[in-house]
Design a protein around this ligand. Structure first.
Ligand code: ADP
Length: 337
């Protein structure tokens, strides 16, 4: 698909270049032909005038049409050679430039295809297990009401998980849109942190985890929903990957026109070999699956990364297995007093 598009764009580039080049060649040919003829006539006229003064001999004919035509033919030949060279060079250059033009579009389409196939893969497994469980129960002639109720309950849990997955995928797609930058406005750090803590508090309460927040009262330019979602993801993970009775700290500071927000937990930590992958879509570290048995789809941190990207910032993590992790977000922003 992209190869034929590349050839089409190359052909269009070439067509434009050659139209311009041929138009210029035509103008150059017309002007030079006129100049050559004018020069030959002027020479003839000067010689005739000199001979008229002397009146001894008839003036010789200098204006040789054959010579003029010969010069014109050589000019045409030179212009053909120049245009052929332009055609060749611009053909190669156009092909190269068409490739460069299409590269970001190709990357985007590849990324979208990967996204669709990853997402459908994640949906297919639970849907298949839902379907087969229902089919087995349906085929059982002695199915008891209590068993049916149990199945429905399990199915509702599975459907809730699928709903969560689709919500996360929608969020990821929302922050992937090029115009997600459009909703920037003046926000207050305290209110964003309070909102994020409020959303994660019920889960923290279940595990008897305390959330400590420390932040100056800053006003700055950001995407309010995005930044709240980002903090919810980091707090949510901190709670999810911490044992009961631990504490989590969220702190923020301002320096050199940057805002730095950190979320520190004393949870299971992350193995150094897994750190480079945790921001990838659908990546879940082994420890997350096995040790703590926390549910998730490996989408939280990739959404967080997209939100940080639209703020042109950076997200990093320092972690020690069995000790805990600190996720730090740095975003350049405009502060208001
Ligand atoms: P999810 O939590 O749904 O699995 P995320 O994208 O939020 O997906 O996180 C990716 C992986 O990074 C997690 O599976 C987990 O292994 C690791 N991780 C993220 N945050 C933490 C944390 N605070 N402590 C330990 N591991 C974490």
């Amino acid at each position: 698909m992209f190869n034929s598009a590349r050839l089409k764009i190359t052909a269009w580039y070439l067509l434009i270049i050659m139209i311009i080049s041929l138009a210029f060649s035509l103008v150059i040919y017309r002007l030079l032909s006129m100049e050559i003829e004018r020069f030959a006539l002027a020479q003839q006229f000067r010689i005739e005038r000199r001979f008229n003064v002397n009146e001894l001999l008839p003036p010789p004919v200098v204006f040789d049409m054959e010579l003029v035509n010969d010069v014109k033919n050589r000019l045409i030949l030179n212009l053909i050679v120049i245009n052929s060279t332009i055609l060749l060079v611009s053909g190669v250059l156009s092909f190269f430039l068409a490739g460069r033009t299409l590269k970001p579009i190709k990357n985007m389409v590849d990324e979208q295809n990967r996204f669709i196939s990853d997402a459908s893969h994640e949906f297919r497994t639970p849907l298949t297990s839902l379907k087969s469980a229902m089919e087995v129960y349906l085929r059982d002639p002695k199915l008891k009401l209590s068993d049916a109720k149990q199945l429905i309950k399990e199915n509702i849990d599975e459907v809730n998980r699928l709903q969560l997955l689709s919500d996360k995928l929608l969020k990821l797609a929302q922050f992937q849109k090029p115009n997600s930058m459009a909703n920037f406005a003046q926000v207050t750090l305290k209110s964003i942190i309070t909102q994020a803590v409020r959303q994660t508090k019920p889960m923290a309460k279940l595990k008897k985890i305390k959330i400590i927040s420390q932040s100056p009262d800053l006003k700055f330019l950001a995407n309010q929903t995005g930044l709240t979602d980002l903090l919810v993801i980091l707090l949510d993970n901190a709670i999810k990957y911490s044992p009961e009775h631990k504490s989590i700290k969220i702190s923020a500071k301002k320096y050199d026109g940057n805002l730095e927000i950190s979320v520190t937990d004393h949870g299971i930590g992350i193995e150094p070999s897994e750190i480079p992958h945790i921001f990838d879509r659908f990546y879940r570290a082994d420890s997350a699956r096995s040790k703590i048995n926390a549910t998730g789809y490996g989408l939280g941190l990739s959404i967080a990364k997209k939100i940080v990207d639209i703020h042109r910032g950076q997200i990093s993590v320092v972690s020690q297995p069995k000790k805990g992790s600190t996720f730090t977000v740095k975003i350049p922003t405009k502060f208001f007093s």
